[in-house]
Ligand binder design. Structure first.
Ligand SMILES: [Zn+2]
Length: 266
């Protein structure tokens, strides 16, 4: 079984020429089938426009699929308390499986107190909050807000909160490994480490960094499979993770068991 805990259906990269949301969802289903992916979590964006559907639009569009869940994007600038109220209902309905904070894209630190209501909601319903960490895909992103060390603050102040550090904080993977080692409530996904497909040298470099991370932070009970499709390709990602030095007894945990439990996927 495979759970991809990090995909998008915004109109970018591989979906650049697919203006219709239904068609983008079809493309996702085809990609999942071709790569034996059983379930995927779609992350809704930090803004809504013709290329980036709202959480509600995604909920309506995925109604007919039983292999998709949502991590709902929440921002200080573009979302309101009313949005959060709606999110609460969709969490209760089992449609929203996690929340997503876009640190770096949004120019606030993860420990900004205006995000606390999001963390409180996640704790109340026992769902995780995902954070963008590391390089921003947009030049308008500000990196200091996206450094993985910021999550230490949130993890320490909210011991009951389950946190997912997206992209291993790349390129600050050393900081990421310390945050993972120290905080048992922090998880990390390996998504979005490349745009498109890995080339041989880049893959080798990242593979060594992940090996160091696991050596340092210990058995990868915290590691989650995710791709960032359509930014990264799913087949390239499966190839890449097959080469990671993860002991066979932890492989199923990484590929689906950790995510199944964390996101409460039945
Ligand atoms: Zn992403």
């Amino acid at each position: 079984m495979i759970i991809d805990c990090h995909v998008h259906i915004n109109q970018y990269e591989l979906l650049q020429n697919v203006p219709n949301l239904e068609d983008r969802l079809n493309a996702l289903q085809t990609e999942m089938t071709n790569n034996n992916v059983d379930y995927a979590i779609i992350l809704s964006s930090y803004k809504v426009n013709s290329e980036r559907p709202s959480t509600k639009q995604i909920i309506d569009a995925i109604q007919k699929y039983d292999n998709l869940g949502i991590a709902a994007g929440f921002t200080i600038d573009n979302h309101t308390d009313d949005d959060l109220r709606k999110y609460r209902q969709w969490i209760k309905d089992g449609k929203i499986k996690a929340m997503k904070i876009y640190s770096g894209y949004e120019h606030y630190y993860p420990y900004d107190e205006r995000y606390q209501k999001v963390y409180d909601t996640c704790i109340e319903f026992g769902i995780p909050v995902m954070f963008h960490t590391g390089d921003t895909y947009s030049e308008k992103g500000k990196l200091r807000f996206a450094r993985p060390l910021n999550l230490d603050e949130v993890a320490v102040d909210n011991p009951e909160l389950k946190i997912v550090m997206c992209h291993l904080g790349n390129p600050w993977i050393q900081d990421a490994q310390e945050v993972l080692y120290k905080n048992k409530n922090v998880y990390a996904d390996v998504s979005g480490l490349v745009i498109g497909s890995f080339d041989h040298y880049f893959e080798k470099m990242i593979k060594e960094k992940v090996a160091e991370l696991i050596n340092y932070a210990g058995e990868p009970r915290y590691l989650l499979y995710g791709t960032d499709w359509p930014i990264s390709t799913m087949d390239s990602y499966l190839n890449f993770v097959a080469k990671l030095k993860i002991k066979s007894e932890f492989r199923d945990g990484f590929m689906y068991k950790h995510a199944k439990k964390l996101f409460k996927i039945s």
